[in-house]
Design a protein around this ligand. Structure first.
Ligand SMILES: NC(=O)c1ccc[n+]([C@@H]2O[C@H](COP(=O)([O-])OP(=O)(O)OC[C@H]3O[C@@H](n4cnc5c(N)ncnc54)[C@H](O)[C@@H]3O)[C@@H](O)[C@H]2O)c1
Length: 416
């Protein structure tokens, strides 16, 4: 058996709980180190409690000295500084082969481009983590429909959505740090997975050409005075001063360059979805066939009556962003698998050990960042954006949304 890939995490927050579980299921890789401003000790202890051996390092450089693979799991605004340190460590001789970055690759196109350049200059293989593309439910849907797609013609419409009641840490809510609102946070998933599902079997991830975007950004719940106050108290952000979108929806048209057929993705992300917890949904339609994925449907549910003496043990480990601990509850037995984290990590490890990029390279991550920025620009201007127009492409290179600049009042209808 080939040597195990030694993996180091930068960041030790929410996503690393899933990614740690994912890594535990991959035999040829091991989490051996972590560097983070907060939570590193707890993460290393959890790994040790599971029988692993994970060390806490005091710097990115030291972590890089001891790992084959580095995964960037820090907040969006810390991406570049961390990647600069990784690149410097590799140039100074650290043995890192590949680097993973969680979505979004950057808060805007310029940042995503910088990430790509830093990785390539340092000679690193890359994997961009867009977990929904690796969801088993989606892979099985495509496999089962492969024959019918061939005989009847490919999917023509895909609707995707990622929705929950709002993120767990203040930085997500602050558009000037996060890079926007729910659009930068989650529309990347929805556009990427929609494009993936629409891609005819056997074609590469960038086969379909995005040709136009229409989009709406809105502040539907968290801009109302009552919820704005709640947000100020809980998260320390004031949506009267710096509002961000809690709802974002886009229609993206793609061109199949071989058949010249135009196909459509309808993508929605929201932080004002007050149901049991996180819902990912994908729905596809082709001539004479269809499929549907809904992660709020689980083979496991539990029920706790009002009369019961206690609630369930841990709502958040039952379902991501769970909002209730009583009543009829959806419980997902293995969210790392369900949402595609295990498969995406396995793909990156295999790719790096074979000396290549993951299925989704950082160049792909850059394209998705561009698509999300196009959604913000289309929403800001209130127009259908023609992505085949060179002028639009040039504008996107330097575009930073008004929402990300803390000036989203006009777009979101907030009176400052
Ligand atoms: N794929 C998904 O569905 C998904 C879900 C959640 C988060 N994410 C992404 O993962 C990333 C991390 O999100 P999270 O929810 O874990 O955030 P978090 O706030 O829970 O954790 C962030 C971690 O990074 C550390 N950190 C912050 N700045 C740092 C720096 N400069 N150097 C070193 N460590 C630093 C923090 O101390 C903390 O340990 C984000 O980019 C987010 O978009 C993806």
């Amino acid at each position: 058996m080939s040597k195990k890939m030694l993996v180091g995490f930068i960041g030790a927050g929410f996503i690393t709980k899933f990614q740690r579980q994912a890594l535990r299921q991959i035999p040829n890789a091991e989490l051996v180190g972590v560097y983070a401003l907060k939570g590193a000790k707890e993460l290393a202890e959890a790994v040790r409690a599971d029988g692993g051996d994970c060390r806490v390092y005091d710097s990115v450089a030291e972590l890089c000295q001891n790992c084959d693979v580095i995964a960037i799991f820090v907040p969006n605004m810390a991406r570049i500084e961390v990647m600069e340190q990784i690149a410097a460590a590799v140039k100074a001789g650290a043995p890192v082969k590949g680097v993973i970055c969680e979505k979004p690759l950057g808060r805007n196109v310029a940042e995503a481009k910088k990430m790509v350049a830093l990785a390539r200059e340092a000679g690193l293989f890359t994997a961009y983590f867009e977990n929904q593309i690796f969801m088993k439910a989606n892979a099985v849907a495509l496999a089962q429909l492969a024959r019918v797609q061939k005989t009847m013609g490919p999917l023509t419409l895909v609707r995707t959505a990622e929705e929950h009641g709002g993120p767990h840490e203040p930085w997500f809510w602050d558009p000037t740090r996060q890079g926007g609102g729910v659009g930068t946070d989650m529309l990347c998933h929805c556009t990427a997975v929609a494009r993936h599902l629409l891609t005819p079997p056997g074609k590469l991830p960038d086969f379909l050409q995005p040709i136009s975007v229409q989009a709406t950004t809105a502040l539907l719940k968290w801009g109302q005075p009552k919820y704005r106050e709640e947000l100020k108290t809980r998260m320390g952000v004031d949506y009267l001063q710096t509002p961000a979108d809690d709802y974002c929806t886009a229609v993206v048209k793609f061109l199949n360059p071989e058949t010249k057929q135009v196909i459509v993705a309808q993508c929605t992300s929201s932080w004002m979805f007050d149901k049991q917890g996180l819902r990912l949904s994908m729905e596809g339609m082709g001539p004479g066939y269809a499929f549907e994925v809904n992660t709020l449907q689980s083979p496991l549910s539990v029920f706790i009556a009002d009369a019961a003496a206690d609630a369930i043990a841990d709502g958040e480990s039952a379902l991501e962003k769970a909002t209730a601990t009583r009543g009829l509850l959806v419980v997902q037995p293995n969210e790392a698998d369900l949402y595609g984290y295990t498969e995406e990590m396995a793909d990156a490890i295999e790719a790096f050990s074979q000396g290549r990029d993951g299925f989704l390279s950082w160049e792909y991550g850059l394209e998705i960042t561009k698509l999300v920025m196009a959604c913000y620009l289309a929403a800001e201007k209130g127009v259908t954006l023609d992505l085949t127009d060179q002028g639009v492409q040039t504008d996107l290179e330097t575009y930073i949304s008004l929402i990300a600049q803390g000036k989203g009042h006009g777009v979101l209808g907030v009176q400052a």
